[in-house]
Design a protein around this ligand. Structure first.
Ligand SMILES: [Zn+2]
Length: 175
């Protein structure tokens, strides 16, 4: 009985995700066309498709993995997708975590996480930003050298301390 229930649930969710997949196809048609034309599937997706356990399926020449579009092993195509998510107009570039979140909503391929990491590390704009930040942080502000005594006096009250002879604080005066 439980088995039957699980089976029904799996079917229901699979149908729902397939419908979602159709919506993606109309929305991102140019990328999807390229995916349909590319036929360099890796063993990970081929095996998943052969398993027929509901995790992966094919539709209109597109392979899906857990409801995400599998992007074939085509460097140019994967880079186009990375770029599209990374560098739209003027917004600040997303970090690795955010980028993965964005991409995972629609796409999947083996090594996606590593590819994102590499892609971001190679971004010149981000490298320059990083250098600028470091330079700003590295600047020190040394204390001015004073010309004589009594030009600057610092007073520091330290306490409360364990009392000694009824006193529980120290006053430090530096000239
Ligand atoms: Zn960047």
């Amino acid at each position: 009985m439980q088995l039957l229930k699980d089976e029904m649930w799996t079917r229901k969710t699979t149908v729902k995700i397939t419908m979602l997949g159709r919506k993606m196809i109309t929305e991102e048609s140019s990328i999807v066309k390229k995916i349909q034309m590319s036929d360099t599937r890796e063993k990970e997706i081929i095996q998943a498709l052969e398993n027929k356990d509901g995790l992966a399926w094919k539709e209109d020449g597109v392979a899906y993995m857990e409801g995400r579009i599998y992007v074939p092993n085509n460097k140019k195509l994967r880079e186009e997708i990375l770029k599209e998510h990374y560098d739209p107009a003027d917004i600040e570039h997303p970090g690795q975590h955010r980028m993965l979140e964005l991409l995972k909503r629609t796409y999947w391929w083996p090594g996606l996480k590593e590819d994102i990491k590499k892609y971001i590390q190679e971004c010149l704009k981000c490298q320059q930003n990083k250098v600028q930040h470091q330079q700003k942080a590295d600047k020190l502000h040394p204390l001015e050298i004073l010309k004589g005594p009594w030009q600057e006096i610092s007073i520091n009250m330290i306490g409360p301390l364990p009392s000694s002879n009824g006193m529980d604080a120290i006053l430090v005066i530096v000239n």
